[in-house]
Ligand binder design. Structure first.
Ligand code: 13P
Ligand code: SF4
Length: 302
């Protein structure tokens, strides 16, 4: 099938199934182009609450589709391929949380949405990179158990002055861990007029050199403030920004900053997902109910 035919079929099937396509900002351009709604993980979670459709095709990684399902138990949520998973979310187990809880029984458990539904069931509240500082600031505790990203944890500790106990201690995203001080120097040398927008999953020494530290949604909101940017996050963010601001310049800090899980979804997968109604996301109700409380608390607090 030609690309145009696949797109036509996607549009037809969307209507037939009463479906919407939600996609994360890191998706391949061909997938971004057919999405009804694009966003960062907070925006996608918010949108999932109000979406008026029977089926959500979620072009993102599995924890994002799970979050949509938890918030919409009566809707069918489809992940176009089972290979779309988040390596960082997979680092955190329930045992990590329970062990930290033994040491700090009074500390609230704050989990990055980049975590499994099982882990979220043990969280007091979830956060995304867009609201982590605000949520932790508003918690009535100076010590917080936080997982699984040590770099976002570092950023939250710096901004709130609270003690952040990270679980697991080395939790990180391999895509953002690639960025180094050499990348910062190269960016400054090649693009002296550009400012650096840095995702808080980057390492602390890279965060320190940033002009702004923001979620992917924050990058979109802040891009209007300057004409040239070097982007320290997953490579496809540049496509998203360039489409929104055709008169500005955006450079990826590294061409090889690609998330394998996000890139596992192609246009053909989106079509096959709608055609065959696969792969359906399910979350056991007792897990979903507890995870939902933590996600809804985040939505109320941010
Ligand atoms: P955002 O919440 O900024 O979209 O980030 C999600 C993510 O997985 C970053 O790697
Ligand atoms: Fe997970 Fe990193 Fe991919 Fe984001 S970029 S989905 S944190 S592996």
């Amino acid at each position: 099938m030609e690309r145009e035919d696949i797109i036509e079929e996607i549009l037809r099937l969307k209507e037939e199934r009463n479906a919407v396509i939600m996609a994360h900002n890191y998706q391949l351009p061909e997938v971004q182009d057919v999405a009804d709604f694009l966003g960062d993980s907070l925006e996608l979670a918010r949108k999932a609450v109000n979406v008026d459709a029977d089926v959500i095709v979620f072009a993102g990684v599995d924890f994002m589709a799970e979050t949509a399902k938890i918030l919409n138990p009566e809707k069918k949520v489809l992940l176009p391929t089972r290979r779309a998973t988040c390596a960082m979310a997979n680092m955190l187990t329930v045992e990590h949380i329970l062990e930290a809880k033994k040491k700090y029984p009074e500390a609230p458990v704050v989990l990055y949405v980049n975590s499994s539904a099982e882990a979220k069931a043990y969280a007091d509240v979830t956060v995304t990179s867009a609201n982590a500082v605000k949520v932790v600031q508003n918690l009535d505790s100076d010590v917080v158990i936080f997982g699984p990203d040590k770099n976002l944890g570092h950023y939250v500790a710096k901004m709130t002055g609270k003690r952040i106990v990270v679980v697991p201690p080395n939790g990180h995203c391999y895509v953002h861990a690639k960025f180094t001080l050499e990348d910062v120097e190269r960016a400054r040398g090649l693009h002296p007029k550009a400012k650096l927008m840095v995702h808080p999953e980057c390492e602390p020494q890279v965060q320190e050199k940033a002009d702004i530290i923001v979620s992917t949604g924050g990058m979109i909101r802040k891009a209007c403030e300057h004409d040239e940017w070097v982007v320290f996050t997953e490579r496809e963010m540049v496509y998203r920004l360039q489409r929104l601001y055709p008169n500005k310049k955006f450079y990826p800090a590294r061409e090889d900053a690609t998330c394998i899980g996000m890139k596992a979804i192609t246009l053909r997968h989106v079509y096959e997902s709608l055609r065959d109604m696969k792969y359906e996301i399910t979350v056991r109700e007792e897990i979903a109910e507890r995870a939902r409380r933590a996600i809804e608390r985040m939505l109320e607090m941010s």
